[in-house]
Design a protein around this ligand. Structure first.
Ligand SMILES: Nc1ncnc2c1ncn2[C@@H]1O[C@H](COP(=O)(O)OP(=O)(O)OP(=O)(O)O)[C@@H](O)[C@H]1O
Length: 216
């Protein structure tokens, strides 16, 4: 099954030169794929377009086999594809870690008891139970990164889009994150400036260059 398909995507921010100029790609179930490219090439923009957080000026986004054009088309995409943003502060907005992780499942209609069970399970899986009652905005950068991943895994997504997941992580936590991600069954689309991390998690890669995706 094809999870994500981008065909000939064009995009420019208002008043700026085009960033994407005919970008096309495909992510299959279970596949691990990296996207590389220089700072400002448009990698994060491509992720946002894939989830309908920005609209391309031309081109087609197809997710789970269905063309997605208007906001309503993307609601189900955002439930089924988890995006770990580059900046954790874009993702964490509840007072405590437990509330942040429960937010997604509650939104998906889980009961409070179910949501609390999911919180405990995800925190245990990530070895983060010690952070459960902490105030989110007082966490360290690396702790926020890991909690962000926890909020996304709590939604049990079918695929993960990871934007610089190792940012702010120390060597030990980077290794732990790698182990956790390697053990997941989901398809992963990875943006990472760390060659070692890409090689270990998603060695197949596309390069975003001059607005197009080319095979590495
Ligand atoms: N909301 C915005 N309004 C205007 N320009 C923006 C906006 N967001 C990003 N840009 C610009 O668009 C370009 C692409 O940004 P994007 O974040 O997609 O690149 P990236 O490849 O993810 O970069 P990096 O590797 O540095 O994270 C950059 O020049 C950036 O400054």
């Amino acid at each position: 099954m094809t999870i994500l398909q981008l065909d000939d995507i064009h995009f420019a921010y208002a008043g700026q030169a085009p960033i994407l100029a005919g970008a096309s790609m495909q992510l299959e179930a279970g596949q691990r794929l990296s996207i590389t490219g220089p700072n400002g090439a448009g990698k994060s923009t491509l992720f946002r377009i894939s989830l309908g957080l920005q609209s391309p000026t031309a081109g087609q986004v197809t997710v789970f086999g269905k063309p997605r054009n208007v906001e309503a088309d993307f609601l189900d995409v955002r439930r089924r594809v988890g995006l770990v943003f580059q900046d954790p502060d874009d993702q964490l907005f509840c007072p405590t870690v437990a509330e942040d992780i429960a937010f997604g499942p509650l939104n998906l209609g889980r009961s409070k008891e179910e949501a609390l069970q999911i919180v405990d399970r995800v925190l245990t899986d990530l070895d983060l139970m010690h952070l459960k009652e902490r105030i989110t905005h007082k966490l360290s950068g690396g702790e926020k990164r890991l909690v962000t991943l926890a909020t996304v895994l709590a939604m049990e997504p079918e695929a993960l889009l990871l934007d610089e997941p190792t940012n702010a992580l120390d060597t030990k936590n980077e290794a732990r994150l790698l182990e956790i991600l390697q053990a997941l069954p989901q398809a992963i689309l990875l943006v990472s400036h760390s060659p070692a991390f890409r090689q270990a998690l998603a060695p197949d890669s596309l390069i975003l260059e001059d607005g197009q995706l080319i095979s590495a």
